[in-house]
Ligand binder design. Structure first.
Ligand code: DC
Length: 215
């Protein structure tokens, strides 16, 4: 099986690019952020705090997860419309920092990559989950550009937001994701770094696609 790993900070465009790349390569797209988000959603629904590791593990064991295109289906229910709410975004880092949660989700991610050709995006894909992936990319963009993209996205949805507070949140999330003890966000030594600050989605996908087909 062939795996493509894409890591990088929040808002760098990983999921948009990974989705398109998977389509072009006819690979399965695995959005690992969605998996951490869905655990957060279910934990909040069941009032399970991040430090209640036993309950969290039981919860994850009771979840049957699979990807249907870009959607994550859990116990037969499509979770896509629930997992991107501000409440989940605000809480997900706390649950993603728990080692037992990561171990369980990483196991599922590895299992899928053994069965299918995948484009998998996240924070620790090239460094932990798919250490031996033949293709690894680390996608970055300046915090200002990432805040600007998020701002435009929300304005399009008629959601009122303040650019400065978005920028502040992005910088805070970068700090949390890259300074946590377990599997912090870090470029794998053998990953190719792509700075998308001044590139379109199409340009980024093309760089990746060309690299993969040539190697
Ligand atoms: O990519 P995203 O914003 O949907 O990810 C949600 C959160 O999950 C983010 O705060 C970091 C965490 N995450 C992680 O720790 N490891 C991954 N492989 C993917 C996401």
């Amino acid at each position: 099986m062939i795996s493509v790993a894409i890591d990088g900070p929040a808002g760098a465009g990983k999921s948009t690019v990974a989705k398109l790349l998977a389509k072009r390569l006819d690979f399965m797209y695995i959005n690992t952020g969605a998996m951490y988000r869905v655990v957060t959603l279910k934990a909040l629904e069941n009032n399970i705090e991040p430090d209640d590791v036993q309950k969290l593990c039981e919860l994850i064991d009771s979840m049957d997860m699979y990807f249907d295109g870009n959607d994550l289906i859990v116990n037969g229910v499509n979770t896509s419309d629930k997992i991107y709410s501000p409440l989940i975004s605000q809480n997900v880092s706390r649950y993603a920092a728990i080692s037992e949660v990561r171990q369980k989700l990483v196991k599922v991610q590895k299992y899928i990559s053994e069965k299918f050709n995948v484009v998998m995006d996240g924070r620790d894909i090239g460094t932990v989950v798919l250490k031996n992936a033949p293709f690894k990319f680390f996608l970055i963009a300046s915090p200002e550009e990432r805040a600007r993209r998020r701002y435009n996205e929300l304005v399009k949805k008629n959601i009122e937001v303040d650019y400065d507070s978005l920028l502040k949140k992005i910088i805070e999330r970068d700090y949390m994701d890259s300074h946590r003890e377990i599997a912090p966000l870090k470029k794998a030594d053998d990953a190719i770094e792509i700075d998308s600050t001044n590139l379109s989605i199409e340009q980024v996908v093309l760089i990746m696609e060309e690299y993969i087909t040539k190697n």
